[in-house]
Design a protein around this ligand. Structure first.
Ligand code: ZN
Length: 166
């Protein structure tokens, strides 16, 4: 017996199964379930928590949805977070606080056409780490690869962040 495969927006292949998905991020049910496992791990064990910022930013940016106020704001805040971490050296907790401040400034953002590819690493590659350290390492690599996949918009994100954190 073969299970049909479906390619998720993130580029990874998953079994074509039914199940819940996100309201505006465009993930297939099996990919959304993998993200749920990652979140359960991070919320369920404090040792896994340091990866949470990376996990959430990378996942949202690999499933950007279609243009709407929510998706525009989602891409903007998650890109701002990764910009602050990877380009400005913010600690993840500081990036979270800065993002929350950024989220209040909506109205300045526009839809960014997502890249053709979201990078080589997806949620499927991150799930299944054998230790919190390995989970953090995988999540960090995932977030960095996703940030690099959005390279055509780095200038715009820099400009948006500059307006907020000038
Ligand atoms: Zn996916």
């Amino acid at each position: 017996m073969t299970t049909n495969l479906v390619t998720c927006r993130c580029g990874a292949e998953f079994p074509d199964v039914d199940g819940p998905t996100h309201r505006y991020l465009d993930a297939v049910p099996a990919c959304w379930a993998v993200f749920g496992e990652l979140l359960a791990l991070e919320f369920g064990n404090v040792a896994y928590w340091p990866a949470h910022r990376y996990t959430v930013d990378a996942y949202a940016l690999q499933h950007p949805g279609v243009p709407s106020p929510q998706t525009i704001s989602s891409a903007a805040v998650h890109l701002t977070s990764l910009y602050l971490i990877f380009e400005r050296g913010f600690e993840t907790a500081d990036a979270t606080r800065a993002m929350q401040a950024a989220a209040k400034q909506k109205g300045e953002w526009a839809w960014l056409e997502p890249p053709e590819s979201f990078g080589e690493i997806t949620a499927k590659d991150v799930v299944g780490a054998e230790s919190p350290a390995e989970h953090l390492e995988r999540s960090t690599a995932w977030a960095r690869s996703t940030w690099e996949a959005w390279a055509t918009h780095h200038g715009t994100v820099h400009e948006w962040a500059g307006r907020i954190f000038a």
